[in-house]
Design a protein around this ligand. Structure first.
Ligand code: R5P
Length: 288
């Protein structure tokens, strides 16, 4: 197995290669003066199994095109099996048509990946697992929630409560709570616009307790900030955020801190300062 590291996932690629004892190839990625990308894989790939590890985090479109170019180059170099490892799969939230005329973006992205030489896809905490059905190649999803739960164990939280940031996060919150042997709830939310989210209060026993809000993605932080206000009003002690994908668009990290969040705990599907949990073992397991 050869691991090709895309420019969005250098540390994660190195960790996966080291866990597998596999050769690590760092792709050469440059930009032409007009903005187009140039990609070169300088390695012998004939008759090899190759995994291209490239997150499609912001800048999503550049990282996606880089992924497609890397997959195609690997196939062209004679690899027998090319696996696309996309720890954060951009566009996965637009997985259906919410209004007439909208593009089903995830479907388009899945077509591009499948057509670019990938024979398999591996991702982590995709927004909705059922949407893997959009891929015409075998597609696998790993969840980082138990690993996040184990990390939280080390924080010695006071009488913790795990809260799914919305209905979609019930399963994720349950997995985290199981690792901690903690109680869990979920909140109800409605998104008014991309930036505005209304979270509906629920009666929860959070008085004097540490609360961890769990979500797949933290992007603008709107969902978490809305929920944190309610939890703080209900007497929560410290409020933490745990997510797989720390997109943290714009000044979201600062906004979360200003809203009184004690710590953001995230994985390295997107390599950021808050990426304290590595998904490398989950990916290595599937590549074995
Ligand atoms: C949406 O359903 C997702 O699970 C997240 O709750 C959402 O993407 C978070 O976005 P934001 O941080 O912008 O509220």
């Amino acid at each position: 197995m050869i691991i090709i590291s895309g420019s969005a996932s250098p540390k994660l690629s190195a960790q996966v290669a080291s866990l597998l004892g596999a050769e690590l190839v760092k792709a050469e990625v440059r930009r032409f003066p007009d903005g187009e990308l140039y990609v070169r894989v300088d390695a012998e790939l004939k008759r090899k199994s190759v995994a291209v590890i490239q997150s499609t985090c912001p800048p999503q479109n550049d990282n996606l095109v880089e992924l497609l170019l890397l997959l195609d180059a690997a196939k062209d170099l004679g690899a027998t099996r090319v696996i696309a490892v996309v720890p954060y799969l951009a566009y996965s939230r637009q997985d259906k048509r919410f209004k007439p005329g909208e593009a089903i973006s995830l479907r388009t992205v899945s077509k591009l990946i499948s057509q670019s030489g990938a024979e398999e896809l591996i991702t982590v905490d995709i927004h909705q697992e059922e949407t893997l059905g959009n891929f015409t190649i075998p597609a696998f999803n790993q969840t980082a929630m138990p690993l996040i739960g184990r990390y939280l164990r080390g924080l010695n939280l006071r009488d913790p409560v795990i809260i799914g940031a919305d209905q979609g996060s019930i399963k994720r919150a349950t997995k985290v709570a199981l690792e901690l042997g903690a109680e869990h709830y979920f909140l109800e939310k409605r998104r008014i616009s991309p930036e505005n989210v209304v979270v509906y209060p629920k009666d929860m026993n959070v008085q004097g307790r540490d609360v961890v809000m769990v979500d797949d993605i933290v992007s603008t932080g709107g969902t978490i900030i809305g929920a944190a206000k309610i939890l703080q009003q209900q007497g929560a002690r410290d409020v933490y955020v745990a997510c797989a994908h720390p997109v943290l668009a714009g000044n979201a990290a600062q906004r979360l801190m200003d809203a009184g969040i004690k710590q953001i705990i995230a994985t390295d599907t997107i390599e950021k300062d808050v990426s304290v949990v590595s998904v490398a073992p989950l990916i290595a397991e599937l590549l074995k």
